[in-house]
Design a protein around this ligand. Structure first.
Ligand SMILES: Cc1cc2nc3c(=O)[nH]c(=O)nc-3n(C[C@H](O)[C@H](O)[C@H](O)COP(=O)(O)OP(=O)(O)OC[C@H]3O[C@@H](n4cnc5c(N)ncnc54)[C@H](O)[C@@H]3O)c2cc1C
Length: 471
């Protein structure tokens, strides 16, 4: 029997496209991977991809070519488009651990030569000025509340309180603020991302798409070559926007909210039946009938078998994915920037707007900054309204993190475990902690048997976060 071999096809030796071809060829060739790769050159690889990936649509082959893209000085609005790809990986500049310089913002290309440009820049500069002016007073109130520990030097003390004052100040940062993002994606994901970026309504995102395509082609010449603007995306978006236009800004919740709009009351039984099914020879109908016939005690015991052994860092079995929830959420933009990173969910965000009102962090009020905070937010809302009358897509750039935004999210119980445990943790921002707590409360309400295994710390609740952190 030939001996088992496990080894790397290293990018130090082979190009990304050659590795993809070497893996693809194992489908028809009995040769070892390294021999296949050694016999390939760039031209062979390109020919293979033209024939199989482009010609015959064997697109999964492109998943073996991986790219690492460094995107710097892009707006937060563009970051949303960049990061809206479920199967890519990202790390971006944090609004919690870094500070922004006064000119660290984008003026969207659409505003070149436009009469609203000066007003746009004035408003953004005002937001940055309010942001920078808030840092020191916020820091002072926090240093009073969290005095230095014994032996803690100045730098360590500042690091300990920094995320807390940045957490309040970030509400003022507009979506125009610059960010850096590292993105890792395979060529199949990237081609799809490029199609979306090249079809995007914002010029900044389309420009990013053109640039990424040029850079990616240097690495994978064939695999992203045919990515281009998709008329389907452009026209469908226009048609739907026209239909919804009259109702766009209707209803103004003016506070964050978590509304469970759909959950199947039978979903707990389905999860339990799926867990039985996995380890039995029953049909699903038989497994479900068994669970439905159980007494409450027997069902609780089955739930205990499924989830009782779950440790803090364990991932529950996949069978939890058979229970799904749809939430209609209103959260501040800062929270949304974090929420959107949960790629496994299905998320439908509305455009960023200043029409739903804004949050006021309690720290801002405690530091005596509420009047200036509100004045800066109102100025942003007025400029947003003037811009939105002309171009609601461009108007997003001026909206600060404190404004509310709606997003429809559908996710399963397994993702809910992950999201709630991560985002209700003490080190998460208070805005998203509130969302995570409310999601947990709603799941507990409809599915108490399985929801209770989420076991979030009882040191706070959605209500306590609301009163402790918001004015
Ligand atoms: C305290 C804290 C600080 C953070 N700071 C930053 C920061 O400074 N900058 C920043 O960019 N982000 C930051 N994040 C965001 C974090 O890195 C995640 O991107 C975010 O929490 C979304 O979670 P997720 O990646 O698990 O995605 P989800 O969509 O929630 O993923 C669900 C699960 O699917 C699996 N999964 C999803 N995608 C992949 C993948 N591509 N490969 C392998 N497995 C996958 C994982 O098991 C994951 O647990 C921070 C998060 C926390 C909690």
């Amino acid at each position: 029997m030939p001996a088992r071999r496990i080894y790397l096809l290293s990018r130090r030796t082979y190009s990304a496209e050659t590795i993809a071809v070497a893996f693809a060829k194992t489908s028809r060739s009995p040769m070892p991977f390294d021999q296949i790769a050694a016999e390939l050159n760039a031209a062979d690889s390109a020919r293979f991809h033209e024939k199989w990936v482009v010609g015959y649509g064997h697109a999964s082959v492109a998943e073996h070519a991986v790219l690492h893209l460094a995107l710097e000085n892009v707006s937060r609005v563009a970051v949303e488009a960049i990061e809206s790809n479920r199967l890519a990986s990202y790390t971006e500049k944090s609004t919690r651990y870094q500070k922004w310089d006064a000119d660290a913002f984008v003026t969207p290309p659409e505003l070149e030569g436009h009469p609203l440009r000066a007003r746009y820049e004035r408003t953004v500069r005002r937001l940055f000025a309010a942001y920078r002016a808030s840092l020191e007073p916020l820091r002072e109130t926090l240093r009073q509340d969290f005095p230095p520990r014994k032996g803690e030097d100045e730098a360590a003390w500042d690091r300990r309180v920094r995320s807390r004052y940045a957490d309040a100040a970030r509400f003022l940062l507009p979506a125009a603020s610059l960010a850096n993002v590292g993105m890792t994606a395979n060529a199949r994901v990237l081609e799809n991302a490029l199609r979306k970026w090249l079809s995007h309504p914002l010029a900044e995102v389309r420009q990013i798409g053109e640039e990424v395509k040029r850079i990616a082609q240097a690495e994978t010449p064939t695999l992203v070559k045919y990515a281009r603007r998709q008329e389907y995306l452009v026209q469908t978006r226009k048609r739907l926007a026209r239909r919804a236009a009259a109702r766009l800004e209707a209803g103004s919740p003016a506070s964050c909210s978590v509304r469970l709009v759909e959950a199947d009351p039978q979903a707990e039984n389905r999860v339990l039946a799926a867990a039985l099914y996995r380890f039995s020879a029953l049909s699903f109908a038989q497994a479900l009938a068994q669970v439905e016939a159980m007494s409450p005690t027997a069902r609780a015991s089955l739930a205990e078998d499924l989830l009782g052994g779950l440790g803090r860092h364990d991932v529950p079995l996949r069978e939890l994915e058979h229970a799904t929830y749809t939430f209609d959420l209103v959260m501040d933009q800062g929270a949304y920037a974090e929420f959107k990173r949960h790629r496994m969910m299905t998320q439908t965000p509305q455009r960023l707007t200043a029409s739903l009102g804004y949050a006021v962090p309690r720290r801002i009020a405690v530091a005596g900054l509420e009047t200036e905070y509100r004045a800066a937010m109102e100025a942003a809302a007025e400029t947003w309204a003037a811009l939105a009358d002309w171009n609601p897509e461009v108007a997003q750039y001026v909206v600060p993190n404190g404004f509310y935004r709606r997003v429809l999210a559908t996710f399963n119980l397994r993702e809910a475990f992950h999201f709630c445990r991560l985002r209700a943790a003490a080190n998460a921002h208070f805005s998203i902690r509130w969302i995570a707590r409310r999601v947990h409360e709603e799941i507990l309400r409809v599915h108490p048997l399985l929801g209770r295994y989420l076991r979030l710390l009882e040191s706070e609740s959605a209500a306590s976060i609301q009163s402790d952190y918001f004015a």
